[in-house]
Ligand binder design. Sequence first.
Ligand code: ATP
Ligand code: MG
Ligand code: MG
Ligand code: MG
Length: 477
Amino acid sequence: CRKFYFSVQFIVIVRVRGKGHMIIKSAPCIPDSDPTLLFVNSGMNQFKDVFLGKGSRPYRRVANSQKCIRVSGKHNDLDDVGRDTYHHTFFEMLGNWSFNDYYKSEAIVWAWELLTEVWRLPKERLYATVYEEDEEAEGLWKELTDINPSHIKRFGKKDNFWEMGETGPCGPCSEIHIDLTKEGRGGNLVNMGSPEVIEIWNLVFIQYNRNEAGQLELLPQKHVDTGMGFERVTAVLQGRVSNYDSDIFQPLFAEITDLTGKRYSDLKKTIVQREETDVAFRVVADHIRTLSFAIADGAMPSNEGRGYVLRRILRRAIRFAHLLRAETANEGAYLFRLVQTLANQMRDVYPELYESIDIIQKTIKVEEESFLQTLERGLMLFGELADVAKRTENGVISGKEAFKLYDTFGFPIDLTMLLAREKQLSVDEGEFDVCMEEQRNRARMDRKKKHVLSRKEGNGVGSFMGGRLIQEPTVFC
Ligand code: ATP
Ligand code: MG
Ligand code: MG
Ligand code: MG
């Protein structure tokens, strides 16, 4: 696995060096000075200042493999992760950039060269999309490559105008997709979200900045920004359709099997059982990567902002990890054990994981142990509520009881709703909202009282007397 890992990265490095690029390290996946982003979502983030004309670098051509996390803002793939086989919350993006140097022609020709001459991917399975107004890019594909002209497709803003966030550098793009269907007749599925016809590389022609008012401003110079999914291209080069069947996920899957006794894609199971287990494997393996890299780069689960997003991911991972162990005799936290496997696998490429292994494991273990207790008690109480609801005419769980489960036992309301749906029940959301509002009012009153008390007492000591510790709602996804 490690050998393969290096060979893909090595080939990319040799090729981009050959075109005069400087190879640099990945930036941390937690942005250090960009308030518009919670997590680094693409390779270009660290060059935003260069694109905007506010900063410079000692090179005009550069390439790297960037750690990316897509769980918030404009690029949020969390809901797809586990359910499909090619979106991850954490992935590596291979990229090459030109700062006011080469432009569309070179980016297109070199991308085609790497894919078809170096990696020898079958040309008849490759498709290029261009922005509907970008006739120049369409012309260059036809003129400078031997792509089948009927494989060049135009799409609108949603697919072919790339933006990093609500504001920031952006521009029309040209994406390369590969048809992985058995017969190779999936061309009409390009950009349809098909797991068998997937986007592997995006060439973005940065020309604009989206300003705070939402308008496009022309940048002083033009740049190239490309991004290729490492996990996707690895799967393709290994002849797999699913990223999870590539070498990259095998060490984690093997460890999950050791810890749970379950197998990925177990043919002895029924399709329904297999799908349930496979989704859980994918979620657990994916999320442990996100959590480990984010914590290694300085983030921590908490009740607000970035930390809150991480906590939600962690809880989602814990729930699926719990599901994998549901019918076994094993008990207790185990998610944190996967960190060692991942750190070993990534050691030569991202040593920071190995160096922070203690803190990553401890953080995950503490959260896991505490949430598992909440989960087990909550699941038991939910079972009782569900039994009562089943006996009612409409199969509705009382909003008051769901609120009690949330407020007193810390059981996330999203989870109650999800479990209810799984049992063809529903939750009285109106009643839940009323209870929530009442609780907020109580909290407001308490805060006022607290304020008065602390002013009377002259300092904060004892000011919680009669107050309650109010936490952010514990949302589960
Ligand atoms: P998709 O349409 O499949 O969601 P995208 O258009 O959002 O991809 P880009 O923003 O263009 O992706 O990112 C550049 C490349 O990064 C993509 O071509 C793809 O190979 C890879 N990529 C994007 N999102 C993910 C993800 N969630 N997991 C793994 N790889 C990804
Ligand atoms: Mg996407
Ligand atoms: Mg896309
Ligand atoms: Mg894209």
